[in-house]
Design a protein around this ligand. Structure first.
Ligand code: ZN
Length: 318
């Protein structure tokens, strides 16, 4: 009887102790931030084409399933991976039409993508710009709110400040690519032959080549200090191509940035200071959409929080 009583007391002690351990570990285990990849995959899945048969929603089997691998093959294409990392935020924008791919190769592709969305143009301070309709409505509301505080929100750099054609993005790319290439040839970091070869490449492969050089520290931005992708987009992959971005003249004004954020416009491309992206949500919703805040200077950039499960698997194999 005495033994049973002792066992019982020890049992209770062990229970309390294990509960305490469990509680301690639960408290210390960090909460995993939402993975941007998972969020985008769920968004794409929720947009699978469906039809109604006998009152039931049926997924259209023969339609192309918009998996992330089809939209932006981040596992197999290094350029797509970078594009998704740097400009991917648009894939969580709300109430807008999303591109079928994260990079397009032709003017026709960009035109048909732009045609699929509801578009709205407006004349802002004498500059004609075009955006997807929800983005434009939010911008006009922000401009009104700013005016009440005697502030202006205006496009920076003429009509290219918002929607851009494929050719517009090629022109901007070339404005960085050619001078930087000449610079690195002059510094003998890139040979004349390599430069000639790169000039002759189709754009998509030219982008891949530039990113490869940048991996070795040969940067192609205007001041050659950072990646070209923080300066201009890869052609056919710009948020401007998808009518969801605006370069703002008054980007340095904190109050302007606050008004834009309150109307769903955020900075999502790290260190591209005048560039704002329409996401159409409140700032408090951004972490759950897989975007993490990064402070640069006194500005908050919302960057895709990309967690790749394959990295963990590779570590396990070794
Ligand atoms: Zn921009």
């Amino acid at each position: 009887m005495k033994l049973k009583k002792t066992t019982f007391i020890w049992g209770i002690i062990c229970l309390i102790f294990s509960a305490q351990i469990h509680r301690t570990f639960s408290q210390e285990t960090p909460i995993e931030p939402t993975n941007f990849i998972t969020v985008v995959e769920n968004i794409l899945l929720s947009r699978r084409p469906i039809k109604i048969i006998n009152g039931q929603q049926i997924v259209v089997d023969n339609a192309v399933t918009p998996k992330l691998d089809n939209v932006c093959p981040i596992k197999t294409d290094a350029t797509a991976k970078r594009i998704f990392q740097e400009y991917g935020a648009i894939f969580v924008s709300r109430g807008t039409i999303l591109p079928r791919q994260c990079i397009f190769d032709t003017e026709l592709d960009i035109q048909s993508t732009q045609n699929q969305s509801m578009r709205q143009s407006a004349n802002i301070g004498g500059v004609q710009i075009m955006l997807q309709k929800p983005a434009m409505e939010a911008l006009l509301k922000a401009i009104q709110e700013a005016a009440k505080k005697k502030l202006k929100i205006s496009p920076r750099g003429g009509s290219l400040a918002a929607g851009r054609s494929y050719q517009d993005t090629v022109g901007l790319w070339n404005s960085r690519f050619y001078p930087a290439l000449n610079y690195w040839v002059g510094r003998r970091k890139i040979s004349r032959q390599e430069a000639d070869d790169a000039r002759a490449l189709p754009i998509r492969r030219q982008v891949a080549q530039v990113l490869e050089w940048e991996n070795k520290g040969l940067f192609f931005s205007k001041d050659l200090s950072k990646s070209i992708l923080f300066s201009v987009a890869a052609p056919g992959a710009s948020q401007h191509n998808f009518l969801l971005a605006l370069d703002v003249e008054q980007f340095a004004n904190k109050e302007v940035r606050k008004i834009l954020a309150e109307n769903g416009w955020f900075q999502t491309v790290l260190s591209d200071l005048p560039h704002f992206t329409y996401l159409g949500v409140k700032e408090t919703e951004l972490p759950a959409l897989g975007l993490k805040p990064m402070l640069l200077g006194n500005r908050t950039f919302w960057i895709p929080n990309i967690v790749e499960p394959t990295t963990k698997l590779e570590v396990k194999k070794k």
